[in-house]
Design a protein around this ligand. Structure first.
Ligand SMILES: Nc1ncnc2c1ncn2[C@@H]1O[C@H](COP(=O)(O)OP(=O)(O)OP(=O)(O)O)[C@@H](O)[C@H]1O
Ligand SMILES: [Mg+2]
Length: 321
């Protein structure tokens, strides 16, 4: 099939792998072929008291029946969930052999939530991210963003959604090396059609907000890792997205800088109400999360609210029951 996203992502499967990732918020994507609609079960821990799920399996409830009272009404009118993923499966083929990266994931994420996705290397976190972020398409299943079925969008509609609704943050920052911090941030605004004045004013404001207004004319190579990640965070917010997807945003940072970045993400989540979804191995991230999702071998093992988790640093991954 047409691979118009390849040039933008530098990747055969639409996944981020380089500085080109900076363009992803605006690039058309057409990865994946299947647009299956299988799957009817919704695991809905946010509305059933945060109960755990097993293997992303069905709990037998439809969206309408899994909720009650006022929340049911919210959900009915489509106000409640910014992301709904239904029975997401992703199978890659490597050397003629199938690799089942996701084996049926159901998750609903509420507007304004801070979600951490944990799991061992290779468990499917990034693959799930790529599905939610419209960077790749599931082999089977449906992802709704703001009640819009992403599989129904053409390349330009998808590009619009990615540009306006979703901000992306990566472990390796993925800034464009030849551009200054300010230019990196204004780039997505150019694609969204903002005027030069608007771009500069907002770019400066965002850099101030993330604490590096004084380095706006520096290029990435002149910035520390933590500063580069601040630029990437500011860039992710350039078009006032409803969702920020952060894949291991502290993975390349030391403990102290990582904590600063986590605190910054939480501050932005609280202040602007942006929904934050992170994949992480970093225990520090869990403390600021509303819910924590454990993924294992392409399935959701369990989902817990923060208040259900006794967090002792260094003991968490896979260790909470
Ligand atoms: N483009 C691809 N082609 C083939 N297999 C892939 C591809 N992308 C991911 N996989 C496989 O899918 C599985 C899930 O990978 P994924 O990158 O989602 O894991 P992850 O949980 O993000 O791991 P990590 O913590 O190391 O980042 C792995 O077995 C991986 O090898
Ligand atoms: Mg990953």
């Amino acid at each position: 099939m047409a691979r118009e996203n390849d040039a933008m992502t530098g990747s055969k499967d639409g996944t981020p792998n380089a500085a080109e990732g900076a363009m992803q918020a605006t690039a058309p994507v057409a990865a994946g072929d299947a647009t299956g609609t299988a799957g009817t079960a919704i695991v809905n821990p946010a509305t059933n008291g945060g109960a755990s799920t097993n293997g992303g399996a069905a709990n037998g409830s439809s969206p309408a029946t899994a909720v009650s009272g006022a929340r049911a009404a919210d959900n009915y009118y489509g106000q409640e969930y910014i992301v709904r993923a239904k029975n997401i499966k992703k199978t890659f083929e490597v050397g003629g052999q199938p690799v089942h990266a996701l084996r049926g994931v159901d998750i609903d994420i509420r507007r304004g939530e801070y979600i951490s996705i944990m799991g061992p290397s290779g468990s499917g976190k990034s693959t799930l991210f790529n599905m939610i972020g419209g960077l790749d398409k599931p082999t089977e299943g449906t992802v709704f963003i703001d009640e819009v079925d992403m599989a129904q969008l053409d390349a330009f509609e998808l590009a619009w959604l990615r540009c306006r609704k979703i901000g992306y943050i990566f472990q390796t920052f993925n800034l464009i090396p030849v551009m200054t911090a300010l230019e990196n941030i204004t780039l997505p605004m150019i694609f969204a059609g903002a005027s030069t004045d608007e771009q500069l004013e907002k770019g400066r404001k965002l850099l101030e907000q993330v604490g590096i207004g004084h380095r706006m004319h520096n290029k990435p190579s002149q910035l520390s890792g933590g500063q580069q990640q601040r630029v990437a965070i500011a860039r992710s917010l350039a078009n006032d997205p409803a969702i920020v997807l952060a894949d291991e945003p502290t993975g390349n940072l030391d403990q102290k800088t990582g904590k600063e970045i986590i605190d910054l993400l939480k501050k932005l989540n609280k202040e602007s109400g942006v929904t934050i979804i992170t994949a992480t191995h970093d225990d520090k991230m869990l403390d600021v999360s509303d819910r924590i999702v454990w993924v294992s071998d392409g399935r959701i093992d369990k989902i817990k609210r923060r208040d259900e988790v006794d967090i002792t640093l260094g003991t968490l991954e896979g260790g909470v029951h």
